[in-house]
Ligand binder design. Sequence first.
Ligand code: BTN
Length: 264
Amino acid sequence: MSTKLNVNQLQDGLCTRRFGRSILFSREVDSTNKWAKELATYGASEGTVVIAETQTKGRGRLDREWISPTGGLWFSLILRPNLSPTETVKLTFVAGLAVTKVLREMFDLKTETKWPNDVLVNGRKICGVLAEMNTTGETVNFVVVGVGVNVNFDVENVFPEQLKKVATSLEKEVGRKVKLEKLFRALLERLENLYELFIKEGFNPILEEWKNYAGFLGCKVEVTGPTGKMSGVALDVDYEGALVLRLEDGTVKRVFVGDVSVRA
Ligand code: BTN
């Protein structure tokens, strides 16, 4: 099976109202999020998607590099929700949940969500989500939701040493290459579905389902944040998307930014 994206098949049988009705494709781009932000600034409508076969400067959270070889699914979706700036973080959960559910349904994988934006299989990261917004004061002009899924490549051959231990790909977990275009369409359909649920019914149904897949809840974790490391038990993720942590001295703290690693 070809690992190259077939641009002509991206919309074949796509069952969405708005998401992916307009798709822009490039073989190589610096970052699909950057591209989508430029398009959104020029007025691209909600649901517009940009997708690339490879990214030369893919970006992750906290401005980290996101390695994006051929064979992965790297795309960004433009949204124009009527939300306050602080609420846009919830879109990360919408997208993470969509990926978690689609990978479970299509490949029967025991995917898990990890706060705030990861999808894991067998404890290793298979997908990351990066939501970036553009605001004027308290008005959100647009949000770009970037989704990166490691699909048809072997992390052992592609990733640097430190990532090989913590990352995985669909090819590795399923034992074969998968059809990128089919996965892409399923993700867009589920994204639209859950986004509409979120807009109609609020964050609660999304969060409750996201927590059902959150294997780290109840575990001892280490959180690396902007001000250093903290250890404790991950008690909950709350209505604002904050991680609720019981520190070793018994105090309970809400954490808004950081990386979680589960301790043995
Ligand atoms: C993370 O886990 O830190 C988020 C990773 C997000 C990667 C995706 S790939 C498509 C889009 N374009 C980017 O530059 N980043 C996102």
